[in-house]
Design a protein around this ligand. Structure first.
Ligand code: HPA
Length: 245
């Protein structure tokens, strides 16, 4: 079963048949909300709204460990994360869709491993390639199949949030090699790897990052919402093709 973690702009999957919701408890506390189970084209699927169904949990307060643990507990054997991002690169325009291939982590103070506490042995996961290449390839193929011109690579910088970045921070991230900036990619990706859950992401460019493009005079949240509504239709089409095939 594939699991989808939906971010801002994707808090439910409308096209699911026969849905039921289940509250799942974990040793790490409460997930962001109940998990929705349903079927698409006869294939089972699980969905979790990362920020809660009422969009009430900010990025730094998400219980990433509980979310990933709960999805695996429910039988997920792969996770597709949907998240909106700011674009650092001029050619990745608002409304565009990117299947990222790398991550830089600037977050702090988040519970970012299952391997801690008195009974745990020291464990270092390999994270050279943070996304599962096979799942990434399926996402890229699904986007092509439904006619969405998604970019097939991008370096995702994860910031702590919830505030947006300064223009100088964005310059620094660009110098570090980042193309996109978001607030939720880590520790989500690393925790999935710790659980051996194949994990890949679909990023929707909501805006140019601070100081870039039309964001040089500040970022408008009204504009972000408008962009997300259109692009999430394309995200749904990609996901439906992925699940059905
Ligand atoms: N920065 C960080 N996270 C984001 C942005 C941004 O500009 N846009 C959407 N998520």
């Amino acid at each position: 079963m594939l699991a989808i973690i939906g971010g801002s702009g994707l808090t439910q999957l409308a096209s699911l048949a026969g849905t039921r919701r289940e509250v799942v408890r974990t040793p790490y506390g409460e997930p962001s909300g109940p998990i929705t189970f349903g079927e698409f084209c006869g294939k089972p699927i699980a969905f979790l709204a990362r920020h809660g169904y009422g969009h009430t949990i900010p990025p730094h307060e998400i219980n990433y460990r509980a979310n990933l643990w709960a999805l695996r507990e429910c039988g997920a054997h792969g996770v597709v994360a949907v998240a909106s991002v700011g674009s650092i690169r001029a050619d990745l325009v608002p409304g565009g869709i990117v299947i990222p291939h790398q991550i830089i982590d600037y977050t702090w103070g988040r519970k970012s491993t299952f391997h801690e506490g008195a009974d745990c042995t020291v464990t270092h996961i390999d994270f050279t390639e943070p996304y599962d290449e096979a799942l990434r390839a399926r996402l890229i193929a699904a986007a092509a199949a439904v006619g969405v011109a998604a970019s097939d690579h991008g370096v995702y910088a994860t910031t702590q949030g919830p505030r947006l970045e300064t223009a100088a921070e964005i310059n620094r991230f660009e110098g570090d090699g980042a193309d996109l900036v978001g607030m939720t990619g880590m520790p989500e990706a690393a925790l999935a790897r710790e659980l051996d859950l194949p994990y890949a992401a679909i990023n929707v460019v909501a805006n140019y990052a601070a100081g870039r493009g039309d964001s040089s005079k500040g970022i408008s949240f009204e504009a972000i919402q408008g962009v997300l509504e259109v692009s999430m239709g394309q995200v749904r089409a990609i996901l439906e093709h992925l699940i059905a095939n």
